[in-house]
Write a protein that binds this ligand. Structure first.
Ligand code: ADP
Length: 497
């Protein structure tokens, strides 16, 4: 057992020569740092550099974490909700104190830009503060009864122990926005972060631990999805599971949880479209699309990957988009690059293969590449494709890279139909000056989030987030006050006096 929190070479500490050693990300089980660091994670922007080392979790680690969570949860739930919130707010303060170092670690293990990583640390901090404040918020209603001398109230109860399975693209913010509502509601948690990004989740665990969260209330188990994730999903002690990741894995997990009627929340893929109409300003519309398509290296489930454009603006919009895309030069996030690295060689190969396939089928490459040869780091340029049929895989399938397809549609109605033709329904955007068409789009777009003259990616922390179709279970939403519903069940109480 190692107590990293008090070690001099904790991840944010620098050696005397000012260089930080590769950070160790251990399990946090029952309040203790556990496991033998064995799995190496290299910096995708500098593949020679070791970014993090973490243990390969086992089913035994999951068993120990769940046993601790089950033991700790009743006492945690018995605390007054404001006291639970107080731990979250202390953890937020620690994330803020350590923000610079956490952001650098996030860049090293994930590859995004320092600005994006700093924004993510701030987001996680704000998320903890937001949910801590819900410890003071009303959690039920008083209802009139038809019976004399009787009062009816509603209240929300914690479910018990939640498993959280999270992806690599927001390795700090997603664990934070799942854990915070679970914890403030009185649940215990076992988090399994993505194997590629063990360090960011460890920073969250460390902040909660150092903030005085009782042992066992929040546990962290690193490791493979097929081992740790699968063991969590199949364990009857898990009352509910919140997952963000691919549609294939999400639907597989849903089958497991549904079979024992446990609660499950899935946020999965997207193929988000923007409809650009003739009355939009070409430069402004191009900026909306470029930010959505190339920000975060296109590695966001809310990224823009399809654009439908009407004939009158097509040429001016495409020229502006290509010109703006050229400014997203990929590079090392710690060196001030405008666009970060691709997370892994597998993802880089997938990005290039998707573009090459489209070009082989007759697409025109307006800017970008279909070549995965890494030049130093795992970099892939912003890529714009056009002249493809609606059913081409580049138009229908999620790529998860900085690749966008631009297709012409004759008018608004055809554009709306094209936006809605996807199997996914996470976010959808429109660029227009017409209030009437924007309002119509907001009503008829088949997506959980609609953005008018704003990029499809990026949401405030206080607004409901989730999709429809293959993007989401479309039951409980994440983020904002509504997030608490997933982590609690409702009870109606009659009081006669
Ligand atoms: P991505 O393509 O973004 O990595 P995945 O769906 O593969 O998406 O991974 C998202 C999360 O799900 C990760 O933490 C991963 O380890 C986990 N995972 C992958 N496969 C499984 C599985 N069979 N059971 C449980 N979790 C899994």
């Amino acid at each position: 057992m190692t107590s990293l929190a008090t070690e001099p070479n904790a991840p944010w500490a620098k050696n005397s020569d000012g260089v930080r050693p590769p950070a160790v990300a251990l399990h946090l089980i029952d309040g203790a740092w556990e496991g033998e660091p064995a799995v190496e994670r290299r910096n995708p922007a500098r593949p020679a550099e070791l970014a993090a080392v973490s243990p390969a979790g086992t089913a035994e680690d999951v068993d120990a974490a769940l046993a601790a969570a089950v033991r700790a949860q009743p006492e945690w739930a018995a605390l007054p909700a404001p006291s639970r919130g107080a731990v979250l707010i202390r953890a937020a303060g620690l994330l803020e104190e350590r923000a610079e170092q956490i952001a650098e670690d996030l860049v090293r293990e994930e590859g995004k830009t320092l600005a994006e990583a700093s924004g993510e640390v701030k987001r996680a901090t704000d998320v903890l503060r937001f949910f801590s404040s819900l410890g003071w918020a009303p959690s039920g209603e008083v209802l009139p009864s038809s019976l004399p001398g009787t009062t009816v109230t509603t209240r929300r109860e914690p479910l018990g122990v939640f498993a959280l399975i999270t992806p690599w693209n927001f390795p700090l913010a997603i664990p934070a926005w799942k854990a915070a509502p679970a914890l403030v509601s009185g649940n215990a948690v076992v988090l399994k972060p993505a194997e590629l990004t063990p360090l960011s989740a460890t920073h969250l665990a460390r902040a909660l631990h150092d903030a005085g969260l009782p042992a066992g209330v929040f546990n962290l188990v690193h490791g493979k999805g097929r081992v740790v994730g699968e063991a969590l999903a199949r364990d009857e002690r898990v009352a509910g599971l919140s997952f963000t990741g691919s549609t294939a894995v999400g639907l597989h997990l849903k089958d497991i949880l549904d079979a024992r009627r446990a609660r499950v929340q899935l946020e999965m893929g997207g193929k988000n479209a923007v409809l650009v109409l003739d009355d939009a300003a070409p430069q402004a519309a191009a900026a909306v699309v470029a930010a959505g398509a190339f920000g975060l290296t296109g590695q966001a489930c809310t990224a823009t990957s399809r654009v439908y454009v009407t004939p009158g603006i097509r040429e001016a919009f495409v020229d502006a988009l290509v010109q703006q895309a050229a400014a997203y030069v990929p590079g090392d996030g710690l060196d001030g690059a405008r666009m970060g690295a691709v997370v892994s060689e597998a993802q880089l190969t997938q990005d290039a293969a998707a573009v090459r396939g489209a070009v082989d089928r007759g697409a025109r490459l307006l800017i970008g590449s279909d070549d995965a040869a890494p030049s130093g780091g795992l970099f892939f340029p912003p890529t714009v494709l056009t002249e493809l049929p609606d059913d081409d895989p580049a138009v229908t399938d999620e790529i998860f890279g900085p690749v966008v397809v631009v297709l012409e549609v004759p008018d608004y109605e055809a554009g709306l139909a094209a936006v809605n033709s996807s199997q996914y329904g996470l976010t959808a955007g429109i660029c227009t000056d017409s209030l009437a068409l924007a309002s119509d789009f907001a009503a008829r777009a088949q997506a959980g989030v609609v953005k008018i003259n704003r990029p499809t990616s990026g949401l405030d922390l206080n607004v409901p987030f989730g999709g429809i179709k293959d993007s989401s279970t479309n039951t409980f939403r994440e983020q904002g006050r509504t997030a608490v519903e997933f982590y609690t069940w409702g009870k109606t109480v009659y009081l006669g006096v």
